[in-house]
Design a protein. Sequence first.
Length: 286
Amino acid sequence: MNRSLEHQALADPAALAPVEAPTRAPGTTAVPARPRKSRWPARLDMLQSASGLFLALFLVAHMFFVSSILISHDTFYTVARFFEAGWLFGTPQPWVVSCVVGAVLAVFVLHAWLAMRKFPASFRQYKVFAAHKAQLRHGDTGLWWIQLWTGFALFFLGSVHLYGMLTQPAAIGPYESADRIWTGSLWPLYLLLLFMVEVHGSIGLYRLALKWGWLEGRDPAARRRRLRIVKTGFSLFFLGLGLVTLLAYVQLGIAHADRAGEPYVPGATPGEGASGVQAALNLRER
């Protein structure tokens, strides 16, 4: 029978002594130690996912807020004034809207910067990826390619919209928004922005669900099919809601074009908005 380690140690104490590292012969080079991998790529990837999720949820809420015009003009007016925190300060404070828009703009720019890390950095890289995509013919790779280009368009279209809301927070209301869209000729921008943001957002949520294992099941292929159905339904619903909402603003802008610039006053008949505001100012002065 083999002797135990304890018996070996008693018989030969040097048998269990720690083995010294071999000395390096003169004239030979030492093998460099393997460098420790940085955790920053993973942290930045996590931050990109979190900022994308925040923006997607904000866009869902934003679409419901904006589409309140479909209920009534007064409903949209009430929603707009709510975000000016009149319920907190006693009177509406448009600067609160500017603060919210500024925070969203900061997250928007951060998300764009993080996403650019994965964009082809040169024409050579672009050709390599295009050839890879054509050879692979993978559906999710194609979706990433669509998300890349819609994100590139959003960086310009979204920045214009956010800058307008940042600098003119008080110009949000039934008449004010309709005049900006129609009389201000911004409806083509909003139409493009609607398609870019809904396609980009739905693909982003779909890829986040796959990446972080949301709605996991026993069959990965069935899970992927379910997520694609949810993604398509998400896009169709919000595209339809956005188109109907934009059409409502365009129609209101056309009807109000001869009185463009007139602010909306709840309960006032068309044409009496300016006089209603003046009366309110007179009462406040008294």
